[in-house]
Design a protein around this ligand. Structure first.
Ligand code: PML
Length: 254
């Protein structure tokens, strides 16, 4: 599901009175489901699109597609929390976690810039882990992680674990499943995510080795900025990374 809104914005030139229509991303969701679940899920996605804190969309696209490829089973990342109390501490935490898995200072700075400034993208940015160069072919669209789900028994176990921590929400569960798919991709070193929901101030850093590390107070409440960055190996095959993330069906669960 993709929900968006078109707004008319003034162009940058001081003299010109020109305006331009810009599509703003409101919300998105992806999943792999049995045929019998589709009616319920479609309704849930529609209701979710209509009640997002970023406002009412004027376009909601729900695509239902039969998957012909057999999904591969991937491990679900373990969840932990990096204790911090402010966006400043969170920034130090992001640097510590990301540099610990081999992301250069420049790449981290570029990644943080993507998720803290500018308009939010539908998908994620791809940044090379040494040079910090952005390599996704379409900078506005980004890379959309798709075709991902979780085994029913694993979902029950995950829900039980998250409930104990008081964080058993769709937002957290979907983020863990997505991060698990991203971490399972050959060529991806780590992920950084800040929600673009102005009221949601917990983000995360994830990788195969670190697991899914939640970072509270990652941004100030009320900030509309956010997004995802996937740091990939300097010499990764970008086309193959995108093909895996967008097209390869995976089911998380151990
Ligand atoms: C989003 O989908 O808006 C990002 C959610 C990040 C969730 C972080 C968490 O609470 O674990």
């Amino acid at each position: 599901m993709r929900a968006s809104k078109t707004v008319r914005r003034k162009t940058l030139s001081v003299k010109s009175r020109k305006t331009k229509d810009t599509e703003i991303h409101i919300s998105g969701a992806e999943g792999l489901y049995e045929f019998s679940e589709i009616e319920r899920i479609t309704k849930n996605y529609f209701l979710r699109a209509m009640s997002h804190p970023k406002g009412m969309p004027d376009k909601v696209v729900i695509t239902i597609e039969k998957i012909k490829q057999k999904p591969i089973i991937i491990p679900l990342l373990p969840v932990s929390t990096f204790q911090c109390n402010s966006p400043d501490e969170a920034r130090k935490g992001m640097h510590k976690l990301l540099s610990g898995v081999g992301i250069s200072k420049k790449a981290i700075q570029n990644g943080i810039r993507v998720v803290t400034f500018g308009t939010t993208m539908h998908g994620a940015a791809l940044i090379l882990n040494e040079s910090g160069i952005r390599v996704e072919p379409d900078k506005r669209r980004g890379v959309r992680v798709s075709r991902l789900g979780i085994r029913k028994d694993s979902e029950k176990i995950l829900s039980r674990r998250l409930r104990k921590e008081g964080i058993n929400t769709t937002t957290v569960k979907e983020a863990i499943i997505l991060a698990s798919k991203v971490a399972s991709c050959k060529g991806v070193v780590a992920e950084l995510c800040i929600s673009d929901d102005p009221d949601y101030t917990t983000g995360y850093v994830a990788s195969k080795g670190l697991g899914y590390v939640r970072i509270p107070h990652i941004k100030q409440k009320g900030s509309p900025s956010g997004g995802r960055v996937f740091f990939i190996k300097e010499r990764a095959d970008v086309k193959r990374v995108i093909e895996y993330l967008e097209r390869r069906p995976v089911i998380a669960g151990d």
